[in-house]
Design a protein around this ligand. Structure first.
Ligand code: SAH
Ligand code: SF4
Ligand code: F3S
Length: 478
């Protein structure tokens, strides 16, 4: 085979460039050269995915591609001929986990010298990380990024068959690539990408650098994918994008995300979810559509990040806390029984005690059903990473603990309202701890553990709630 020209390394400066160039929709990029079609026969791959749902969905594409070229999935690294870590770069602790895992797995090369180690995903898009990998983790044979997953057969062939260290990471705006293989990991719930990338450039966030520009899939391609999922018996789809509200803006599509949501609802699939919605461009039309269709679930992940308007401004979030509250109230008024989750960052550079108090205030105001709380983690190349920071780590940790206490109290309080009520639950399967107990989620995305009388995985059943926990409910089928 032709040797690939040298390595392509990530470049953060190039990754932040945004042009007005039209996004190209590529339908025929994926092709497997003849000599690679069976390269995986008799071989096993071990894939571990970290991070958000977009990365999970990429993992399904990676698995689809690997199985197309003959590989079989295995679930312990010891059995593998190819180990691939599909990584997340959003916070330092996410990266440390991956580097720890990479170090721990190194020993396997001793017993199996032909083993190929690969790393992909958002960490591969970072200059500093690739430098560290090349210097300190020489057992990593293959590095590729988020823009060239479709090149996996060619890249892996080079690493595995030609035994050549292979690094190919592109820092570019990106295309929309259709018709890639997919191995769905769920049987009745599926992720559906509706757009890729992000153009919001919140000052703390690495995602716009690792994922390229905001670009939407064509509506027909999305709807056709959902129709196929319905035919295969899927009950639930989650529409994915870093900010789904921006769907269609790049296509100058009239109606935008509200229109896509409505068209999806009309297909009649039992449950539709979406994530993530940025509070900045959550339109009234979207609220109306969510309220109007019963198969759009009354659950919204609405990341607030901070309760202080000055802080929100420094974070580059494009809304004030008053605007957030107004939106929250509007959704609550129109979408009956709507549940909310949020993301919150504490300890942003120079956050004052008063500003942190405002974050506690917004938690008091919204009483979120769930909140994902994080200590700010500087990301190389982002504007916030260059800010001086006068908040000591122990103060950040203490703020996080206070915040979590508050968040947990409201999560429990929200759950108390379910006591004695009957809810609709989509059955996921036996619970991890007890095989006689089944688990699933309510329309409002509450985890329910319950005794099953009738029905099977993938059915939607009525469950009466008999007990409340902070992060789950117990019940019995009625
Ligand atoms: N696109 C989504 C989420 C992306 S990352 C959105 O905008 O909501 C998920 C969450 O990680 C963010 O909402 C934020 O709360 C957190 N996060 C992102 N960058 C971070 C950083 N540098 N330090 C700490 N938390 C961060
Ligand atoms: Fe990051 Fe902000 Fe984009 Fe979300 S909207 S991915 S927090 S830059
Ligand atoms: Fe992590 Fe990349 Fe998702 S940084 S949160 S895997 S977009």
């Amino acid at each position: 085979m032709n040797k690939l020209p040298g390595w392509a390394l990530p470049n953060l400066k190039e990754a932040q460039i945004r042009t007005r160039q039209e996004v190209s929709i590529e339908k025929n990029l994926f092709a497997v050269p003849a000599e690679m079609r069976q390269m995986g026969n008799g071989k096993h791959y071990y894939l571990r995915t970290y991070g958000c749902q977009a990365n999970e969905r990429d993992g399904e594409t990676i698995a689809g591609i690997l199985e197309k070229i003959g590989f079989t999935q295995c679930f312990t690294p010891e059995e593998a001929d190819f180990i691939l870590l599909n990584t997340c770069a959003v916070r330092k602790n996410a990266e440390d986990k991956v580097l720890g895992e990479l170090g721990a797995l190194k020993r396997l090369k001793k017993t199996n010298p032909d083993l190929v180690f690969g790393m992909c995903g958002c960490m591969a898009q970072e200059e500093e990380i690739v430098r560290i990998l090349l210097e300190k983790y020489p057992h990593v044979d293959l590095i590729f990024g988020t823009h060239n997953i479709h090149r996996l057969p060619v890249l892996l062939y080079q690493a595995m068959m030609d035994k050549e260290k292979t690094v190919e990471v592109f820092s570019k705006e990106g295309e929309v690539i259709e018709n890639l293989p997919v191995k769905r990991f769920g049987q009745h719930k599926a992720w559906v990408n509706i757009m890729y990338g992000c153009d919001k450039f919140c000052t703390y966030c690495i995602v716009p650098y690792t994922r390229g520009k905001e670009r939407s899939r064509a509506m027909d391609d999305i709807l056709n994918e959902i129709r196929d999922l319905q035919k295969e018996g899927f009950q639930e789809v989650t529409l994915l994008g870093q900010n789904v509200n921006s769907y269609g803006k790049d296509l100058h599509l009239e109606g935008g995300f509200a229109k896509l949501l409505e068209e999806t609802a009309k297909l009649g699939i039992a449950r539709i979810r979406f994530t993530t919605s940025h509070p900045w461009d959550f339109s009234d039309d979207m609220i109306d559509v969510i309220a109007r269709y019963e198969n759009i679930m009354p659950f919204i992940h609405l990341p607030v990040q901070s309760g202080d308007s000055d802080m929100l401004k420094i974070m580059g979030r494009r809304y004030t806390i008053e605007q957030y509250k107004e939106l929250f109230d509007k959704i609550t008024a129109k979408v009956k029984g709507c549940a909310f989750s949020t993301d919150i960052i504490v300890g942003f550079p120079n956050e004052t005690e008063e500003q942190f108090q405002h974050t506690l205030d917004i938690v008091d105001y919204c009483k979120f059903d769930n909140a994902f709380t994080f200590i700010y983690s500087p990301r190389e190349g982002t504007p916030a990473a260059a800010m001086e920071d006068n908040v000591p780590m122990h103060v950040k940790q203490e703020r996080l603990a206070r915040l979590n206490e508050r968040v947990n109290a409201y999560a429990h309080e929200r759950n108390e309202a379910y006591m004695g009520k009957t809810v609709r639950v989509l059955i996921d399967g036996p619970s991890k701890k007890n095989k006689d107990v089944y688990c699933g989620y309510t329309e409002t995305n509450k985890l329910v553990n319950f005794s099953l009388k009738q029905g099977d995985v993938g059915d939607i059943v009525n469950v009466r709630i008999t007990d409340i926990k902070t992060w789950s409910l117990n019940g019995e089928q009625v």
